[in-house]
Design a protein around this ligand. Structure first.
Ligand SMILES: CC(C)(COP(=O)(O)OP(=O)(O)OC[C@H]1O[C@@H](n2cnc3c(N)ncnc32)[C@H](O)[C@@H]1OP(=O)(O)O)[C@@H](O)C(=O)NCCC(=O)NCCS
Length: 191
């Protein structure tokens, strides 16, 4: 089955980076940073061995919504674009199919602090609105993941929800969550 990301011509270049679809061959390069405890800390799933990671990574549905971020030809991070339906009342459900996307991001800690995530996500927003013609993008994180929500604010996403002790972290603690969004109209008004 096709992926919404098939609509874009890859790779897509920014001033310093290149974004492309992920392939099974990116397993090792992405494991280099996804295997680090400091990276896995806030991610939905953190594998402790490369074999465990392979099982998640090679899932075709997940691969289809994953992009890698390259700097000078080396993979330094990845982005998720999960296109899905908006909530809608039954009679208008069809019109709400595939109109929005949940975004996600990881940058190798050796490459954080240089604005690469900002650069990649700004381009991702352009792709979502200009090329995939989505009407809304969203992203969620633990409130304690300051690097992630500061990134959302840098790229102009708007904080919509702050949930209290609603999300269970693998440490066993119930943590606050933050939800951000951006509408195509808001994005167009700014660019
Ligand atoms: C979230 C994450 C991608 C943010 O990475 P990041 O490096 O902080 O973000 P950027 O690449 O945009 O860089 C911003 C930093 O670079 C600095 N910077 C340098 N040059 C810059 C430029 N040209 N543009 C923007 N920022 C620049 C900024 O001042 C900022 O530094 P600061 O945090 O000290 O203020 C990264 O921390 C990460 O991968 N975390 C682990 C995985 C994770 O939590 N993912 C999200 C799960 S919800």
């Amino acid at each position: 089955m096709g992926s919404p990301l098939d609509a874009v011509t890859w790779p897509v270049r920014t001033a310093r980076l290149s974004l492309r679809r992920t392939t099974p061959d990116d397993l090792e390069a992405t494991w280099e940073y996804r295997g680090l405890a400091e990276v896995g800390r806030w991610l939905t799933s953190a594998s402790s061995t490369v074999d465990e990671y392979r099982a998640t990574f090679e899932d075709p549905e997940r691969l289809a919504m994953l992009l890698v971020v390259e700097l000078d030809g080396a993979v330094i991070g990845d982005l998720m674009v999960k296109v899905g339906d908006a909530w809608a009342q039954a009679e208008v459900k069809e019109q709400a199919r595939g109109v929005q996307a949940e975004l996600g991001w990881v940058i190798h800690p050796d490459h954080t602090g240089h604005g690469y995530a900002t650069e990649a996500v700004r381009e991702l927003l352009r792709l979502c609105f200009d090329e995939l013609h989505l009407r809304r993008v969203t992203a969620d994180c633990f409130a304690d993941n300051e690097a992630s929500w500061r990134l959302m604010e840098r790229v102009g996403m708007r904080r919509e929800v702050h949930t209290l002790k609603e999300s269970l972290h693998r440490s066993g603690r119930w943590l606050d969550g933050l939800g951000y969004a951006l509408l195509a109209d808001e994005w167009r008004g700014r660019t």
